[in-house]
Write a protein that binds this ligand. Structure first.
Ligand code: FAD
Ligand code: SIN
Length: 510
């Protein structure tokens, strides 16, 4: 049995912010199922939204967030976050993040979809990597923080109606560990892996959400999965690389296969309309033109601009023979961000005593039906800090012991797992993706249940990690489908069409 004051499940921006704040008051364990840096955070490109120019105001950032969220945001939570954005950027700078600046030392602000002002603080097009490296290093160096890499959290441990610990599997030593703490923090990120096409890395399997659900926590807004309109179309690669919205903010235009711009037909903000609008427009035009992708035209940007300001994107495209100054960049939509999650208050408290949730796994209410670009890294810092401040101010008792179910890591992995996972991700993409019909959702619900039964039949006793992860994916998929079925009108990222859109003759190969 291991004892800490706080257990943080997740080493992305939200978990590390909580850990670094709480470590001034007690011992913290940061648990991550892969390496410390393998997070969604690391892949973030565009940046972090904050009001930092005289042209801008909190009110404008609040209004942009509310508009993107299609009227379903919790306005108090939005104001809470927006007002704390400048101090959050300041805190990240104090930790050592060097955001891009101008010669006069003022911070450089980018523009992204749905924002009426330039307000995106960034480090070229690898903001997330820079934040991850700085916070990760600080956590490793902190005497009060223990980093448990390659440890997968399996189950939250409940006692006296409160969450008092976590059952972990050490993937390298292949042994189970029970960790007890005064408070447990879910910072496990999102669940993009429920979809066939996603910008999210393989760790994004919704484990935290599934564990919270099993512990009885309230979950909300799971019908609002956000699809990003511009992932690089590269059928030769298994991984999906993002082409940041910031490139459109710098002037790149979405165009049809013949090079014609089309977004102004869908929204007055054109290629910089809110993300749900752009993703649906791209999806629709792909079908209209029976095309496997559309394109981003960055050729009109000043010479050298893409290479200088978006080096990651420039070089990734170049490696597959696409030169941004010469060629159109092929793009497709992909699942990107879980707007819903474990319901929390302004302190990150879930409905389960002793359990906090921060970052993408949480539903603070700031995103409503659709997240405004670059508001999620911000949310991770603001609510990571708020949750830590709350947790350290409580008089939580340190639990002494707990009974945990037996776990083993030794059982062989049933080969059928891969096919169940593939089938789940394909059906979620086709039936609960960018466009949904009631009939498709009902079929998806039934099919997910069938897959769950199939897994139950073949899973070896003792749940080796891949079985647990797949169970979590199935749980999150079922929660998502149920939420979709419960929302009868289209709003934000949840788009219902009356009939399935005909896709005759259209073979989309990704
Ligand atoms: P993550 O960073 O995802 O970290 C999750 C952590 O949980 C990992 O350490 C993982 O190992 C751990 N974990 C998960 N399950 C378990 C388990 N069972 N046991 C133990 N550990 C577990 N947002 C912006 O605001 N601006 C951007 O420019 C931006 N760009 C993006 C680009 C891409 C390609 C992607 C994918 C996302 C982007 N986002 C962006 C969204 C943003 O990056 C994420 O929402 C945010 O990083 C989530 O942070 P987090 O701390 O909640 O979780
Ligand atoms: C992007 O850079 O396009 C992603 C920004 C975000 O998800 O907030």
């Amino acid at each position: 049995m291991l004892y800490f004051d706080y257990i943080v499940l997740g080493s992305g921006i939200a978990g590390l912010t909580f850990a670094l704040q709480a470590a001034a008051h007690g011992r913290v364990a940061v648990v991550c199922k892969a390496s410390l840096s393998e997070t969604n955070t690391m892949y973030a490109q565009g940046g972090i939204a904050a009001v930092l120019s005289e042209m801008d105001s909190f009110e404008q950032h609040v209004q942009d967030t509310l508009v993107a969220g299609a009227g379903l945001c919790d306005e108090a939570a939005v104001r809470f976050m927006v007002e704390r954005a400048p101090e959050s950027i300041n805190w990240l700078q104090q930790q050592g993040v060097c955001f891009d600046g101008h010669e006069d030392k003022s911070i450089a602000l980018g523009l992204e979809g749905g924002h009426c002002q330039h307000r995106i603080v960034h480090v070229k097009d690898h903001t997330g990597l820079s934040v991850q490296q700085v916070l990760g290093k600080a956590a490793r160096q902190h005497a009060n923080v223990s980093v448990l890499e390659h440890h997968v959290a399996f189950e939250l441990l409940m006692q006296h109606n409160a969450c008092q610990g976590v059952q972990l599997l050490d993937l390298k030593a292949k042994e189970a560990k029970t960790v007890l703490a005064k408070a447990v923090v879910l910072a496990t990120g999102g669940s993009g892996q429920i979809y066939q096409h996603t910008t999210n890395p393989s760790i994004a399997t919704g484990d935290g959400l599934a564990m919270a659900y099993r512990a009885g926590a309230e979950i909300s807004n799971m019908e609002f999965f956000q699809f990003h309109p511009t992932a690089l179309y590269n059928p030769a690669s298994k991984d999906t690389f993002l082409i940041s919205e910031a490139l459109r903010g710098a002037g790149a235009e979405l165009v049809l296969p013949d090079g014609t711009p089309f977004m102004h037909r869908y929204h007055p903000q054109g290629s910089l309309a809110p993300r749900d609008v752009v993703a649906r427009a791209v999806y629709h035009e792909m079908q209209q033109h029976s095309s496997p992708c559309l394109y981003l035209d960055a050729r009109q940007l000043p010479e050298g601009h893409v290479q200088r300001h978006f080096p990651l994107i420039y070089n990734t495209c170049k490696r597959i023979g696409i030169l941004a100054e010469r060629d159109l960049i092929p793009v497709v939509p992909a699942a990107h961000y879980q707007c819903g999650g474990v319901a929390v208050d302004l302190h990150g408290q879930t409905s389960v005593p002793g359990l906090y949730a921060v970052g993408e796994v949480a539903c603070t209410g700031v995103h409503g039906a659709n997240r405004l670009a670059s508001n999620s890294l911000l949310e991770g810092v603001v609510f990571g800090k708020a949750a830590a401040a709350h947790a350290v101010a409580q008089k939580y008792e340190q639990p002494e012991s707990i009974t945990a179910p037996e776990l083993t890591c030794q059982a062989a992995v049933p080969p059928v797992l891969a096919s169940i996972k593939e089938e789940l991700r394909r059906l979620m993409w086709e039936k609960a993706g960018i466009e949904r019909t009631y009939e498709n959702l009902l079929q998806a619900k039934e099919q997910v249940e069938q897959l769950r039964l199939k897994l139950q039949e073949c899973a070896a006793a003792g749940s080796p990690p891949p079985v647990g992860e797949l169970e979590n994916l199935l749980t999150v998929a079922a929660i998502t489908i149920n939420a979709c079925l419960g929302r009868k009108q289209s709003i934000g990222g949840h788009y219902l069409v009356q009939k399935p859109v005909p896709a005759e003759g259209l073979e989309i190969s990704w």
